[in-house]
Design a protein around this ligand. Structure first.
Ligand code: SF4
Length: 133
């Protein structure tokens, strides 16, 4: 079994934990000690909430609705579609027709990149966060 040091993805606290991996399967988690964030403790989500990783219902590729049916797509196809739609909306309705909503489950760095993307690439200040919804 390998123990992989990582950061819990469930909330912005960012507790340090070890994921226990055996034969390519995630089989457990345990808290990391000696850090100033959680120092050997985890809440129930961080300790036991990893069943989704290998769940058969988990989405592992983008889905695009075609003729009313969701169809698996490549990331290139999905991102190209999103880019084209954003460009079309900005051209027809202006950048303020688009809003971005980020998440408390993201890191500070990811939330920073999200607001930077909305302001610098899309051209709007319409950016908010799920903790305020
Ligand atoms: S272990 Fe609990 S408190 Fe810590 S980051 Fe995960 S969800 Fe948040």
């Amino acid at each position: 079994m390998n123990k992989v040091l990582t950061t819990c993805p469930y909330c912005g606290t960012g507790c340090n934990l070890y994921l226990h991996v055996e034969d390519g399967q995630l089989i457990g988690a345990s808290p990391a000690a000696g850090n100033s964030v959680n120092n050997g403790s985890l809440c129930a989500k961080g300790h036991y909430g990893f069943d989704f990783v290998h769940h058969p219902d988990r989405l592992t590729s983008p889905l695009i609705r075609k003729n009313g049916v969701l169809v698996e797509a490549s990331w290139d196809e999905a991102l190209t579609l999103i880019t084209d739609r954003f460009k079309s909306h900005i051209k027809n309705f202006g950048p303020d027709s688009i809003a971005g909503f980020s998440s408390a489950r993201c890191t500070n760095e990811e939330n920073y990149l999200m607001q930077k993307y909305m302001r610098a690439a899309i051209g709007t200040n319409n950016i908010d966060h799920c903790a305020r919804l």
